[in-house]
Design a protein around this ligand. Structure first.
Ligand SMILES: CC(C)(COP(=O)(O)OP(=O)(O)OC[C@H]1O[C@@H](n2cnc3c(N)ncnc32)[C@H](O)[C@@H]1OP(=O)(O)O)[C@@H](O)C(=O)NCCC(=O)NCCS
Length: 290
């Protein structure tokens, strides 16, 4: 597939797609009940399949999660340059989603997560090798301090989930913990599953997708309150005030910094499907028009 350099991207939007017909064990393009799935959402899942599953080696069953049916999704398309008037010449090249509040608790620093049946589960934690050696001498005294995103992966060792991890998970099941940039209570929207096909990177499509979602959030600050009873309940006390979070893959930090996001140091570093992530936040100025 090739996209001509002068092709202008555009986006399609789908809100809260019904994912009941989506079968996790099939690729997006081979869904057995594909005709029952919203076309734009299927295009988003096709991009996600190519980027996260084929390129980043995320397991197929882990891609669709419980947040997909309650999110808004955008897909970026570009023309293949052969026939601009034909819908079939529009190629899905990127995608992003906005997940409404309420959010799951902030991840546990150091924890390694995987998605099982759409739900996030801890399968273990990453610990500095020196800490593993120290723990072997004086076992179980203290939970080792979690590694940071600048710790080289070669200095880390994976420790499978233990009773300690279950305890830590239980600890965050109630109200969220406060971090450097979030008080643990304020409702925020999470942008995620941002992906651009590898042969279309560097064309500002990623930036275009994030900015499209941010403009939409500014223009529709109460959208989720109106359409999602869970979101309405989450803003009963504190209204949404433009706080937007990303769980950024560490390699993409620079991409988000250029867009105005700031690393939340207290949120720490955790691993999703083996990929290190950090929390980043941005506050939209909701007083100015979109
Ligand atoms: C991250 C990703 C979406 C960026 O998409 P893209 O279309 O190539 O990015 P853009 O062309 O819009 O880049 C915008 C700016 O960010 C910079 N940038 C892009 N990727 C970057 C990266 N990984 N690290 C640092 N800077 C990056 C670009 O150089 C550009 O900077 P400039 O404005 O100074 O020229 C894309 O690389 C991707 O899909 N990666 C695989 C999936 C992934 O990791 N998703 C992120 C999950 S958190």
């Amino acid at each position: 597939m090739s996209v001509p350099a002068d092709s202008k991207p555009f986006t399609a939007f789908v809100s809260r797609p019904n994912t009941n017909a989506y079968v996790r064990s099939f690729a997006a393009s081979a869904q057995p009940r594909g005709d029952l799935i919203n076309r734009t959402f299927l295009d988003a899942m096709t991009v996600r399949y190519k980027v996260f599953i084929l390129e980043q080696k995320v397991p197929l069953e882990c891609e669709l999660d419980e947040d997909d049916p309650r999110s808004c999704h955008w897909v970026a398309y570009m023309s293949d340059g052969i026939d601009d008037t034909s819908p079939t010449s529009q190629l899905a090249v990127g995608c992003i989603r906005a997940v409404p509040y309420p959010q799951s608790p902030h991840p546990i620093p150091g924890a390694a997560y995987t998605i099982v049946n759409g739900l996030n589960q801890i399968k273990g934690r990453w610990v500095r090798r020196v800490e593993v050696a120290r723990d072997a001498e004086t076992p179980g005294l203290l939970l080792p301090p979690p590694p940071s995103y600048s710790t080289p992966q070669s200095e880390l060792e994976f420790v499978p989930a233990s009773a300690q991890d279950a305890l830590a998970a239980a600890e965050v099941a109630g109200p969220d913990r406060a971090t450097s940039l979030h008080n643990g209570k304020e409702p925020y929207i999470k942008l995620g599953r941002i992906a651009v096909l590898s042969n279309c990177r560097g064309l500002r499509l990623g930036q275009y997708l994030v900015q499209t979602a941010l403009y939409w959030i500014k223009a529709n600050p109460t959208y989720f309150d109106q359409h999602d009873p869970g979101a309405a309940a989450a803003t009963a006390e504190t209204k949404f005030d433009g706080l937007v979070c990303v769980h950024a893959q560490v390699h993409a930090l620079g991409f988000y910094i250029r867009l105005g996001f700031v690393v939340d140091e207290d949120m720490g570093t955790w691993w999703e499907e083996g990929i290190p992530h950090v929390g980043m936040l941005l506050r939209l100025d909701m007083s100015k028009g979109s």
